[in-house]
Design a protein around this ligand. Sequence first.
Ligand code: ADP
Ligand code: C5P
Ligand code: MG
Length: 206
Amino acid sequence: MGNAANKEANGSGTENKPTVVFVLGGPGSGKGTQCANIVKQYGYTHLSAGDLLRAEISSGSENGNMIQNMIKEGKIVPSEVTVKLLQKAMQESGNDKFLIDGFPRNEENRAAFENVTKIEPKFVLFFDCHEEEMERRLLNRNQGREDDNIETIRKRFKVFLESSLPVVEYYEAKGKVRKIEAVKPVEEVFEAVKAIFDPEREKVAA
Ligand code: ADP
Ligand code: C5P
Ligand code: MG
């Protein structure tokens, strides 16, 4: 079956693009934790750009060394690499609803994803958390991550302010940002997350 026929078979003509929610927030703001909760309740597939990059290092890929060095320095890996990993994971998932966590991290990420996939996010979930709390969480995370040390954490905070917040502002100007106060216990943060996702689900059902 050709691509066009495939689209017909899906019953939605050319409008069968997947639903994407970008999940943004500083390092340690709780993105991964809340995405796990959202998956359980709302049927999304969770794709963490950082997790995909770490898996790429573990797989022994030719880009592994470059990615490892960039993560250690808190730098943002070239979009070509990250967008390819995201696209592959989306194709392999079999789902059509994605939480894309920790991406886009800069303007280059944002433009590359849009150009390659032609997908606009449904909305952007933004976890707002001050640095002192994020630093405390990262230093207690205990997942053996090479970037959860105070030197790299400071670099990651700087990159977040300089490169990632402008992406949040870009979507803010489009009315797409759903801001969550992230300096609360996990359960309370999830209550705020549900208040965003429940009405969205009702819209689909209506
Ligand atoms: P991110 O994916 O945004 O970097 P994580 O979800 O990995 O953040 O959370 C960082 C650390 O903080 C983890 O150890 C996690 O268990 C903890 N954590 C997440 N959310 C909260 C919260 N609301 N309050 C306290 N600790 C949290
Ligand atoms: O989101 P997470 O904290 O897992 O990201 C860890 C690191 O992975 C980032 O500090 C960065 O070096 C890299 N990364 C990236 N591009 C992304 C997401 C993560 O380069 N879009
Ligand atoms: Mg994470």
